[in-house]
Design a binder for this molecule. Structure first.
Ligand code: BDR
Ligand code: CA
Length: 306
């Protein structure tokens, strides 16, 4: 049995997929969700990445709006495409064939498990599944999700983007006791990329070396253009937790998400004290950041060599 990836297809999502393929896990399917950009643009990115990197797995189109509320994207930071670059862009590609993510996920969950999902965007597709087919969502074995932030946010002062873009979806996933393993902003901020990290990717010399290096450099520039020396590697850190769980320490936790707060909507609240809560999830408390960087950079370099 392979794994499933749910994604809003920014550069860090693409890099996370490379971490999974480099670990030689089979990807049974990918579902797309709005997030870094509106869904039609996410589909375009997925088609371009599939063409550039020769992806053979099936890609399915999921939700274009959150469970409640208005559409949030990260385009103000990432640009119209959701994938900043210092040069080359993903190639134009024919539009992906129509395939409904909900239907595809249901079919996959009907197969014999284990059913391991890596979620890299707002949890809207997973929440839709939980609401309509709780019998099938109960078959999910593991849901590693990049999202949330314990001490701070990135999209707002309080909230991490994937949580803020659909907090109700996160609340639904938690309420239905899915086996959530949350890899939050604070953890990802320990795994940093500096501008020179794009150099070995560029030097790999394969057909896609310049493309991956330019997109990686564009991603790192999100941090450096704001006066920081580096950029946190978000989704690939969750992919490391997925493919190499020994690199990450998970702790049982009580995770809740703020749905009401005037200034704190989308904020995740994580309680790890046994005396204060009934646990409902696992929380990635620490990571061997050096090892995580080795795994992530090796995946990018190997892809660049192809
Ligand atoms: C998350 O938001 C998206 O922009 C990234 O792809 C990542 O999944 C980080 O907050
Ligand atoms: Ca993402």
């Amino acid at each position: 049995m392979g794994v499933w990836i749910d994604t809003d297809m920014g550069f860090d999502d693409i890099a996370a997929i490379m971490v999974v393929t480099n670990a030689e896990l089979d990807i049974d399917g990918v579902s797309l969700v709005f997030g870094n950009a509106p869904l039609p643009r996410v589909r375009t990115n997925a088609a371009g990445a599939a063409k550039a990197f020769g992806w053979k797995f099936s890609i399915h189109t999921g939700r274009d709006m959150p469970v409640l509320g208005k559409l949030e994207t990260a385009q103000a930071i990432l640009g119209e495409s959701g994938i900043p670059t210092t040069g080359r862009r993903l190639p134009p590609a024919p539009i992906l064939p129509d395939s409904d993510a909900f239907v595809a996920l249901c079919r996959w969950l009907e197969l014999e498990g284990p059913h391991r999902i890596l979620a890299l965007g707002p949890l809207t597709n997973i929440a839709a599944l939980v609401l309509a087919r709780p019998d099938l969502s109960a078959r999910i074995t593991e849901l590693v999700w990049m999202g949330g932030g314990v001490t701070s946010g990135n999209h707002t002062a309080s909230a991490e983007f994937n949580a803020l873009a659909d907090p109700e979806a996160l609340a639904i996933v938690i309420a239905h006791k899915l086996p959530l393993r949350m890899v939050d902003l604070d953890l990802c901020r320990k795994v940093l990329a500096k501008p020179e990290d794009a150099d070995p990717v560029r030097a790999a010399g394969g057909a896609n070396a310049e493309l991956i290096a330019d997109m990686f450099a564009g991603y790192i520039r999100i941090g450096t253009s704001r006066g920081r020396p580096s950029m946190a590697i978000y989704d690939p850190s969750a992919a490391v937790a997925f493919v190499a769980p020994q690199v990450v320490s998970f702790r049982p936790a009580r995770i809740d998400v703020e749905l009401q707060g005037q200034h704190t909507r989308g904020r995740t609240v994580v309680e790890t004290r046994t005396t204060h809560a009934t646990f409902n999830a696992q929380f990635a408390a620490d990571i061997d950041a050096d090892m995580a960087r080795v795994i992530i950079l090796a995946a990018l370099v190997n892809e660049a060599r192809k």
